[in-house]
Structures are given as C-alpha cells and as structure tokens.
Design a protein around this ligand. Structure first.
Ligand code: PGA
Length: 242
C-alpha cells in the first residue's frame, strides 16, 4: 500500500465544505495566478457554497485565477444550461467573478474541441491545482476505466454506468449525450497540486482501490499513487477503508 497522499477526514458536511475551501484557497494564495480545474457533481457542491458564502470577498484570489474546464459533454450549443461549464458558472465561477476561463467548445467537432484544449494546455499549462471528484467506477473527469495514463485531452465514449449516474440531470438515460471530452490522465498527472474530494459509503471501496490497490488503468484514479502533492478530503464513510 502506498500512502504518498495527505488525508483529511471531515466529520460533517459543513466541515467537509469548509476544509476543502480552506485548503483550496491556501493553494491559490501560494500560486499567484494559478491554472485551476474544478469538478462538477454532487460531491463539490458544499465546497462551492463555502467558497461563495465565506470567501467571495477574496478578489485578490479570484481575479487572477485561470480556470480550465475538466470535462464536458459533446454536441451542445454554447451557453446550454446543461453544459458542465454552465453548471460551474452558476455554482462558483460567476459568484466569485472568475473571468479567465478556458472551456471545451462543445458545439464544434469533438476532435476540434479537444485539439483546442491541448493547445490551451501547451500555452497555459501545466495545471497548478486540479480539484477532482471520484466516479463510482474509479473515473476522474471523463477518464473512464481503460483510459491510458499517457492520455492528453481526448474524446470519450461514456460508459453505461456514467450515463446512468448522470441521467438524473437529463431526465433519462436516453437523453444523456453519449460522447464527452476530457482532460487526460497525463494532463492531470502534471498538476502541481491535486485535491480529491470524496464522500459517502458508496465510494469507500473504489477510493481504497484507487489509493491502496494496484496502479492500473482499470481504476483510472490509481494514477494518484504515481504523483506528488495529493490531498484527499473525505468524509468518514468514504475514508472507512483507508
Ligand atoms: P459525484 O460525481 O460527485 O456526483 O458523485 C463524481 C464523478 O462522477 O466524478
């Protein structure tokens, strides 16, 4: 078992949100004008609320932060409210007045969309701070099981379990776009700092596999064992197996 990560266990949802906000801001302060990627999903919602409620006044942090999209659905018009970028704009980017944003162009040809992001990464990268969620199947961003550790931004066929998990936002599985775009595991592995946010009993086993099991593309998040400066912020249920 490799334990090259720092683990913070938060006892309550409020604590989880506040600890995540505090640790994130510490890294932003250290970095000056950091290139940052942020996750969508249920897990980070309290974290974003804590940033907005408790730290919106920190204009010194937010004005220089360069946001880079982590993943996105393909084929939606710009500003569609179901885009991950729209979700993040509502949850955190607009309330904090984060203006510098590098986004996947969903409406364009998917290969063009990821090629654009590869160029942006070459010009702006590497990431300074990657905040990530963990999928029930071990995915990070849209890097599904089997994704190469060497991958840069790429187009993804979403797996049935990911489509099922996201169906709640689309009003049914058949409405979820089957294709996504994502930063690759190689892009994420170059991040100077990584914060993984994980909550709930349902994630305990996959979190243990990711951090303490074999490093394998079958569990994309296991790449975290191969990099430095990884912080896991979890609740007691998710951390139970560690
Ligand atoms: P969740 O999603 O925070 O809604 O559990 C995590 C993910 O699938 O990456």
């Amino acid at each position: 078992m490799r334990r090259n990560f720092e683990l913070l266990v938060a006892e309550s949802p409020v604590d989880f949100a506040d600890v995540a906000a505090r640790e994130f801001i510490k890294l932003v302060e250290e970095s000056g004008s950091p290139l940052v990627t942020l996750p969508t999903g249920l897990t980070p919602q309290g974290f974003y609320q804590s940033l907005v409620i408790n730290h919106a006044h920190r204009r010194d942090c937010w004005g220089k932060l360069r946001f880079m999209a982590l993943d996105e659905y393909c084929g939606l018009p710009a500003h569609d409210e179901r885009l991950f970028s729209s979700w993040l704009a509502r949850a955190v980017l607009d309330p904090l007045h984060i203006k510098i944003r590098f986004l996947f162009e969903s409406a364009s040809d998917p290969e063009q969309g990821v090629a654009h992001m590869q160029v942006v990464l070459q010009e702006q990268g590497p990431l300074d701070i990657a905040v990530l969620g963990l999928g029930g199947n071990g995915h990070v961003a849209f890097n599904e099981p089997g994704s190469a550790f060497s991958s840069s931004a790429h187009v993804v066929n979403l797996m049935p379990e990911t489509i099922r998990a996201n169906a709640r936002y689309w009003g049914g599985e058949d409405r979820v776009p089957p294709l996504g775009m994502t930063l690759g595991l190689h892009d994420l592995s170059l991040a100077r700092h990584t914060i993984l946010l994980v909550t709930g009993t349902a994630k305990a086993d996959i979190l243990k596999q990711a951090l303490c099991g074999q490093v394998t593309t079958a569990v994309p998040a296991s790449y975290l064992q191969t990099i430095d400066n990884v912080m896991i912020i979890a609740d007691p249920q998710a951390a139970a197996g560690l």
